[in-house]
Design a protein around this ligand. Structure first.
Ligand SMILES: [Zn+2]
Length: 311
């Protein structure tokens, strides 16, 4: 079961919908969009018995999900021959027709995934080995926004690999004292170092080295812009809280993603990225202190109460 080391979570299809690669090795990537802004795209590929599956999914918030392990051919591109020797990826749309855009965060994850796949399978990212679904089938997929940018994806991935920017994830995190039910996180900006910076970098799916340098600054500003926040490059309360979940999304028990360790730091739980029973219990305690319903789910109400108490 091989997945990119960059994956935030693994969701293999719940029914068997993958095949052998017939001895062929991945030598490129095929990019798709979901054709929907909701999670319906993921649900079809992962949870339905529809004969469609994919190696990787990328959510609007940049979360990378491993689905069909790389050693198998996913059923993605309406062409078994094409999928036989390619890694396939499906991306959630930020907007619907006619633009079919994807978010900056999803785009950044796509670049990193492609760079990582190319490195591990020993090929150099170039427009000649990244494809759109439409290269193999009469479809608009991956849409008028993403398809013309595949060259850009290749250029950025190649630069990443040339720079030796091996995008690795780092799980070492400082323990947090847990005497309070919640605590504000520090303000971070260019020049900051340490475990808080690691949380920032993991959340933005950029290289995690614990040093807030120019790349982190650029990524923070870009992300802030995409969220309608002041793009000042300073990770303060508004930015931290916006990173807990996206829009109306909630964090709850069972979740495993890059937002979880941020919340775990807020409530002083072990920062393992898994929203388990201890995190849930601490969430309820913090919610009681914040004066919101203690349901153990971090949703919009908890976020805005936290922001209010924090600032
Ligand atoms: Zn497609």
């Amino acid at each position: 079961m091989t997945y990119s080391p960059l994956v935030d979570l693994k969701l293999p299809p719940t029914t068997k919908k993958w095949s052998s690669r017939g001895g062929r090795k991945p030598n490129g990537m095929i990019v798709h969009h979901w054709g929907t802004t909701s999670m319906a795209g993921r649900d079809r590929l992962v949870y339905s018995s529809d004969p469609a599956s994919v190696n990787y999914l990328i959510y609007d918030d940049g979360t990378l999900v491993g689905s069909v392990p790389e050693e198998y051919r996913a059923w993605t591109s309406s062409s078994f021959a094409a999928d036989d020797d390619k890694i396939t990826v499906e991306i959630q749309n930020r907007t619907a027709a006619p633009g079919w855009t994807i978010s900056a965060a999803a785009f950044a994850t796509l670049v990193k995934l492609y760079a990582d796949v190319a490195r591990r399978h020993a090929f150099t990212p170039s427009r000649s080995n990244i494809f759109g679904h439409r290269d193999f089938h009469a479809t608009a997929c991956p849409g008028p926004y993403l398809y013309p940018r595949l060259g850009e994806v290749a250029t950025q991935a190649a630069a990443l690999n040339r720079g030796g920017g091996a995008a690795s994830r780092d799980d070492e995190r400082d323990p947090v004292p847990s005497s309070r039910s919640w605590r504000p996180l520090g303000k971070l900006r260019k020049g900051s170092t340490g475990s808080g910076v690691r949380l920032v970098q993991a959340r933005l799916h950029i290289k995690v080295d614990g040093k807030f340098g120019p790349d982190t600054d650029t990524a923070v500003r870009k992300d802030q812009r995409s969220r309608g926040l002041a793009a000042d490059g300073v990770v303060g309360p508004k930015t931290w809280v916006s990173w807990l979940t996206d829009r109306d999304a909630r964090l709850r028990r069972g979740d495993e993603n890059v937002a979880v360790p941020i919340w775990q730091r807020v409530v002083g739980a072990k920062e393992d990225g898994k929203f388990g029973p201890d995190t849930e219990a601490r969430t309820k305690k913090a919610q009681r202190d914040l004066g919101v319903e203690a349901d153990g789910i971090v949703g919009p109400g908890t976020r805005s109460a936290l922001l209010k108490a924090w600032t």
